[in-house]
Design a protein around this ligand. Sequence first.
Ligand SMILES: C[S@@+](CC[C@H](N)C(=O)[O-])C[C@H]1O[C@@H](n2cnc3c(N)ncnc32)[C@H](O)[C@@H]1O
Length: 253
Amino acid sequence: MSDPTHARRASSFGSQAAAYAEHRPDYPREAIEWGLSGVTGTPRRVLDLGAGTGKLTLGLVALGLDVTAVEPDPEMRAELAKVTPTATSLDGQAERIPLADASVDAVFAGQAFHWFDVQPSMTEIGRVLRPGGVLVPMWNYEDDSVPWVAEFSKLGRTGVSRAWTDGGQQPATHPLFEPFESRTFPHAQRRTAESLVETIATHSHLIIAEPADRAAALAEIRGFLASNPHTAAGEFDLPLRTWVFRARRIQPC
Ligand SMILES: C[S@@+](CC[C@H](N)C(=O)[O-])C[C@H]1O[C@@H](n2cnc3c(N)ncnc32)[C@H](O)[C@@H]1O
C-alpha cells in the first residue's frame, strides 16, 4: 500500500462522517443472506470490517447475528455507535484485527475491501475466521444497465473500487481461502437531485480534491441531474446493483 493518494483516500472518510451516515446506501437483505449462506454450519458471530458508520453492520444486526464492527476512523465509529448501539465497535484495521484466532463465522466488508492491503489482510482475516467460515466483500454500484444511470455514473467514477466488478481484475486468491464466487442483487436508493449530489460528495476522490476541483465536479453532476428527466424534479429511485463475493476459509485436512 505504497501509493500515497490511495492511503489518503482510504483514511479520508472521517471528515465527512455525518454526511456519509446520512447519504450512503444500505445493503439488501438477500445480498447479505447469500454471503452468509457460504458458511459451513450455522453462522452466529460476524465481523464487519471497515464498518464505517454502520451501513452494513445494521443489516447484519437485523439478522439476529452477534456483530463486531472494526473500523480505524474514530469519527466513523462515533456515527456507527449512534445507529448500532448493540454491536460491539472496536478500533482496528484489516491488516491488524483486534480479535482472537478462529473467533468468527463470517467476515463482511462493505465498500471497504478495495482499501485493504489485500494479501496481508486475507492472511489476517483467515486467522480470525474459523475453518468453514466465509469472507464476504460487497459493493453497491450504480446499475449501468439503465442508460441514464450509465451516463451519470461515468461522471463520478474513479475505478479504484470497481476493479473486481468491471472485469478488469480477477478476484484475489489466497492459500487460506477457496476461490471467490460472486452474485449481484438489484437494489435502489431513494434520492433527490440534491441528496444524490450529497452522496457523490462523500466519495473519497472528491473528499481529498482541491476545493475548486470538488466544486466543479459537483456542479457538473448537478447540471446533469437538472437536465435529466428522470432526476430533474422531486424524488426518484437511483437504480443500484449490489455485488457480493464470498470465499470460504479452507478446512484443515
Ligand atoms: C467507503 S467506507 C465503507 C463503510 C461501510 N462499510 C459501508 O458499507 O458504508 C470505507 C471504510 O473503510 C475504512 N478503512 C480504510 N482502510 C481500512 C483498512 N485498512 N482496514 C479497515 N478499514 C479500513 C475507512 O475508514 C472507511 O470507514
